[in-house]
Design a protein around this ligand. Structure first.
Ligand code: PGA
Length: 249
């Protein structure tokens, strides 16, 4: 089964030169890889690097295995939306995937389920593949209920066909490395959440895990049949560490 490795660079690195350096390192590793791996590598850089990275991805070994993702999308395709970047603009840059509903946008920037739902519909209307992030803030007795409700509200109004196009990233907020006292989820508990997601959507839904994934624990998630891959944040811009994750597959 093909596994997805999504690199969510967030607001990193700070220059194109650093971005090029990370990609050159990954490219070198892929060139020397002896065994062909069933994987899809999705690089999601900040908007300002998309153009440069799109060119790098099309001219290197990465072009065989890596695709481009964006971290956000505007609600509209054009017009008076100061600071926003539209779906058609992303497509023209070679973007295939868009992350929506990331917990940093939900909790730090106040994106509601309704807003995430609108962005999700815009991603689909532009024929891009959404990576929809969901996850509870606290793992308490209500977490299953919270997850079901968040998922239903985030995907409200989508047809079964549209739901089938969504990749879901289960990212418990408390597990994300930039949050205080964060720690990765236990794979057996992740499976409980994955089962809920598959119950609400479909047994065939692709569900990724994200939250403090490192080269040490990536395998614990990637080896599970029910988990379609990992969404990596902090260590996705640490080139050696990220390549170690690729070696795990
Ligand atoms: P992390 O981030 O790997 O640094 O925990 C994951 C994410 O926020 O997508």
């Amino acid at each position: 089964m093909k596994k997805y490795i999504v690199a969510n660079w967030k607001m990193n690195p700070q220059s194109v030169a650093e971005a090029e350096d990370i990609l050159a390192y990954i490219d070198e590793y892929l060139k020397n890889e002896t065994e062909k791996k069933e994987r899809s590598l999705i690089i999601c850089p900040p908007f300002v690097f998309l153009d440069d990275i799109s060119k790098i991805l099309s001219t290197s070994q990465l072009s065989q295995q890596a695709e481009l993702g964006a971290q956000d999308i505007a609600l509209a395709d054009s017009g008076a939306w100061t600071g926003e970047v539209s779906g058609p603009m992303l497509k023209r840059l070679g973007v295939s995937y868009v992350i929506v509903g990331h917990s940093e946008r939900r909790w730090k920037m106040g994106e509601s389920d309704e807003l995430v739902n609108k962005k999700l519909k815009t991603v689909l209307a532009n024929d891009l593949t959404p990576i929809v992030c969901v996850g509870e803030k606290v793992r308490d007795n209500n977490f299953k209920e919270f997850l079901k409700n968040q998922l239903s509200a985030t995907l409200a109004g989508l047809s079964d066909d549209e739901k089938g196009k969504c990749i879901i990233a289960y990212e418990p907020v408390w597990a994300i490395s930039s949050n205080p006292d964060s720690h990765p989820d236990k794979p057996e508990d992740t499976l409980k959440a994955v089962n809920i997601i598959k119950e609400v959507l479909s047994p065939n839904t692709l569900v990724l895990y994200g939250g403090s994934v490192t080269s040490k624990n990536a395998k614990d998630f990637l080896l599970l049949e029910q988990i379609a891959g990992v969404l990596v944040g902090g260590v996705s811009v640490q080139k050696e560490e990220f390549v170690q994750i690729l070696k795990n597959l």
